[in-house]
Design a protein around this ligand. Structure first.
Ligand code: GLP
Length: 245
């Protein structure tokens, strides 16, 4: 795992944008794994800017998002479908049929998980998977205790995650109790992983990720076993990072 330290959120977003653009420009048909949350908003803003300046096209790109809440309509302002459209997709030239998110509103959710896995396989491997991280080390919606061998599945969100994400909802009671997420094994099959971490709130998380042991109690720790992970973290997130010699 390589850690790229940057000053602040803005520099993290710009650095991540350049990293992603390199992949988009260099590959003939890039497959990107995308994430939601506060962390990648700045990155998406920069990608949109680059597109508007005519510096990049996304016509040849396919995307797969990590996760989606269940029982929210894609037009619901709290759904990850809505988030992705608002922050990225509606501003760029990616064809709609090349955008993929799990359908949390499917009548058969188990079936939807299988379908999503199949779509990822059909696209080949994800070339670059973008990740954020939860304070408890969750990636996607893979909460502590999720088997490292998991594929796309339905999860029950833990209370701390519902609380953390309630800032986007009118109240915690409105936060869905379940979600569909790519599994940890699915994420680990990506060719490259780019993890963004910012803010003091994630300082203990980043230190645990860097120095803690690989354990299902802390899902992101599996990233130590991946051959190509780049972490871009700002000063605040690095403030508790203990560098072991
Ligand atoms: C959410 C998402 C994750 C995201 C994480 C951190 O629950 N499912 O994909 O990485 O929490 O979110 P944020 O970037 O808002 O801190």
């Amino acid at each position: 795992m390589e850690i790229v330290r940057v000053k602040d959120y803005e520099e993290m977003s710009k650095t991540a944008c350049n990293y992603m653009l390199r992949k988009v420009k260099e590959l003939e048909s890039p497959v990107l794994g995308l994430a939601t949350g506060s962390t990648p908003e700045g990155l998406y803003r920069h990608l949109v800017d680059e597109y508007k300046k005519g510096n990049v096209s996304f016509k040849h790109v396919q995307t797969f998002n990590l996760d989606e809440y269940t029982k929210l309509d894609p037009t619901d302002i709290n759904s990850y479908h809505y988030f992705m459209n608002k922050h990225l997709f509606e501003h760029i030239d990616i064809p709609k049929d090349q955008i993929h998110l799990p359908n949390g509103n499917a009548s058969d959710l188990e079936d939807e998980c299988h379908n999503y896995e199949n779509k990822i396989s059909e696209a080949g491997k994800i070339d670059l998977q973008l990740l954020g991280i939860g304070i408890n080390g969750h990636i996607g919606f893979n909460e502590p205790g999720t088997p490292f061998t998991s594929r796309t599945h339905i999860v029950t969100l833990v209370e701390s995650t519902r609380k953390a994400n309630s800032r986007f909802f009118p109240s915690i009671d409105d936060v869905p109790t379940h979600a569909i997420t790519m599994g940890i094994e699915t994420i680990m099959e990506s060719k490259e992983i780019l993890l963004l971490v910012f803010g003091e709130m994630k300082a203990d998380t980043l230190n645990r990720l860097t120095n803690g042991e690989v354990s299902e109690d802390f899902p992101a720790s599996i990233l130590h076993k991946h051959p190509k992970v780049t972490i871009i973290a700002d000063e605040a997130a690095c403030s508790k990072l203990v560098i072991k010699s």
